[in-house]
Design a protein around this ligand. Structure first.
Ligand code: FE2
Ligand code: FE2
Length: 167
C-alpha cells in the first residue's frame, strides 16, 4: 500500500511527466514551423520518452494498490525565440523535473518505503541523462552559433533519433 502522501506526490509527478510530453510536443511543432525537421524529430522522440515515464509511474501506482488521478495539463508555450533558447528552456524544465523527483524521493525516504525508493532510483538516474543530453545539444549549438550550414548538418543528424522502449 501507498501512504496518502506518497500517492498524492506520485500523482503530481505523473502530471508533470505528461506535461513534459505536451511541452516537448509543442517544441516539436514550433521546430516543424521553422523547417528544422531533425530538431522536430528529436523533440517528438523526447515527448514519447516522457509519455513512457508517465505510464511507468501510472502502472506502478496501480501495482502498489494505489489510485491514479489525472489532473489538467497546462497549455504549453508555443513560441520560442530561437532553437538555442528553446533547448535552454528544455534544460531548465529538466532541472525542475530533477528537483521534483528528488523531493518525491525525500518523501519515500522519510516514510521508509523501500519499494518506492527502489522504483524512483530509475528516475534519478534518467534525469542525469536528460540534463546531460540537453546540455550537450546547447554546447554543440553554441559551437556553430546556432545558424548556417552547421545548424543544417546538426538538424540532419537529429533526424535519425528514434524511440526505443525499454525491454
Ligand atoms: Fe521525464
Ligand atoms: Fe525528461
Amino acid at each position: 500500500m501507498l501512504s496518502r502522501k506518497l500517492q498524492d506526490a506520485l500523482n503530481e509527478q505523473i502530471n508533470r511527466e505528461f506535461f513534459s510530453e505536451y511541452f516537448y510536443l509543442s517544441m516539436s511543432a514550433y521546430l516543424e514551423s521553422v523547417e528544422l525537421e531533425g530538431f522536430a524529430n528529436y523533440f517528438n522522440v523526447q515527448a514519447q520518452e516522457e509519455h513512457f515515464h508517465a505510464m511507468k509511474m501510472f502502472n506502478f501506482v496501480h501495482d502498489k494498490g494505489g489510485r491514479v488521478l489525472l489532473k489538467a495539463l497546462k497549455e504549453p508555450r508555443a513560441d520560442f525565440k530561437s532553437v538555442i533558447k528553446l533547448i535552454e528552456e528544455a534544460l531548465d524544465h529538466e532541472r525542475y523535473i530533477t528537483k521534483s523527483i528528488n523531493e518525491l524521493m525525500d518523501i519515500a525516504i522519510k516514510e521508509n518505503d523501500h519499494s518506492v525508493k527502489s522504483f524512483l532510483e530509475w528516475y534519478v538516474d534518467e534525469q542525469v541523462e536528460e540534463e546531460a543530453t540537453m546540455s550537450k545539444l546547447i554546447a554543440k549549438l553554441k559551437l556553430i552559433n546556432g545558424e548556417g550550414l552547421g545548424l543544417l548538418t546538426l538538424d540532419n543528424e537529429l533526424l535519425t533519433r528514434t524511440f526505443t522502449p525499454e525491454a
